[in-house]
Design a protein around this ligand. Structure first.
Ligand SMILES: Nc1ncnc2c1ncn2[C@@H]1O[C@H](COP(=O)(O)OP(=O)(O)O)[C@@H](O)[C@H]1O
Ligand SMILES: O=C(O)[C@H](O)COP(=O)(O)O
Length: 307
């Protein structure tokens, strides 16, 4: 199956298309992560023989969007169709979030539990899993000075899709025991911060039916969660370079810290990583330049190469 992949040509395309520097690290990622993972997902799909829902969890800027685009491209080489949906696509509209802010003034930014339309997400993902025609909403983060809004151009899917990528900053994250908030990590400092974190923990319950649909979970796990700040700045710069409006530096910092206060990666993602089972999840440990540092990954997915 591997000879369907022209390595040099694919790497060149990926780098050009996704604005990555063509270097040895990218070649290593291609050989040890992207290609074996593509084959692993194909194997999982064939075993299920129905659409496979792959959840991709990673804090801000870990590379969820880039990874799903690459996997989508490689899957097309073995005639598997895929679609990517972001948790962000299910954000409530700008107007709905303005109303939400009146209900809870702490919801000043998009992001926390309650700012998504969960029933809509359930409807869309269930339809895709049942190969029913569906309209996927889309969200543009650049609107309203970076606050974002749902856009009118949605994606209509009428053909059967083999693999559904569902990516987002807390896709698959579950509520944690209350005692974990006794000595919370920075920047959860004040009593008000603590209360906000605890309320978000409770509000996560609404999302559990969504996570139950996931067949296979991938977690992009940075060696330091604080990398989200430079990554987010980088992404916002790229957005502005395309002529779109975005947040300024101060706003980006507040936004990223807000996410940490909402569902802190140390509280919510680290336990998932520590308790994951190899059968239904894959942990991809990454360093600051998004390079996968964990060669164990080969052991997990190597078997797929022979299929
Ligand atoms: N494997 C990679 N190598 C180098 N840069 C990457 C890689 N993956 C993502 N990036 C860069 O990191 C930034 C955030 O990536 P993105 O895919 O948008 O993350 P997310 O969707 O998790 O927010 C972007 O500027 C992107 O080009
Ligand atoms: O609303 C957002 O900007 C995202 O949910 C978090 O950012 P990300 O796309 O970098 O994860």
């Amino acid at each position: 199956m591997e000879n369907k992949f022209n390595i040099e040509q694919n790497i060149q395309f990926i780098c050009q298309e996704f604005h990555l520097e063509n270097n040895q690290k990218i070649k290593d990622l291609y050989n040890h992560l992207w290609l074996p993972l593509t084959l692993h997902l194909a194997k999982k799909f064939r075993a299920k023989s129905q659409p496979l829902l792959v959840g991709i969890l990673g804090s801000q800027g870990t590379g969820k969007t880039t990874l799903t685009k690459i996997l989508k491209y490689l899957l097309s080489h073995i005639n598997l169709s895929s679609v990517t949906i972001s948790l962000d696509d299910f954000y409530k509209t700008y107007a709905q979030r303005k109303a939400l802010e009146k209900f809870d003034p702490r919801l000043i930014w998009r992001g926390p539990p309650l700012t998504h339309d969960v029933p809509l997400a359930l409807e869309v993902l269930t339809s895709l899993l049942q190969s029913q025609p569906v309209v996927i909403p889309r969200f543009d983060k650049s609107l309203h000075e970076g606050k974002g809004d749902r856009i009118s151009t949605s994606d209509k899917i009428t053909d059967k899709v083999d693999i559904i990528f569902f990516e987002g900053w807390f896709v698959g994250v579950k509520p944690i025991p209350e005692d974990k908030f006794k000595n919370p990590p920075h920047p959860i400092v004040t009593e008000a911060d603590k209360k906000f974190a605890q309320d978000n923990n409770q509000r996560l319950k609404e999302y559990l039916p969504l996570w139950e649909l996931i067949d296979y979970q991938i977690i992009l796990y940075p060696s330091d969660y604080r990398y989200s700040l430079p990554w987010r700045q980088e992404a916002e710069e790229k957005m502005k370079a395309q002529g779109k409006t975005g947040m300024n530096e101060k706003e980006i910092k507040e936004f990223v810290e807000y996410f940490w206060k909402t569902l802190h990666p140390k509280l919510f993602i680290t336990p998932l990583v520590n308790n994951s089972s190899k059968r239904d999840s894959l942990i991809i440990k990454i360093d600051q330049d998004h390079f996968c540092t964990d060669y164990m990954i080969r052991n997990i997915i190597d078997s797929s190469k022979n299929s």
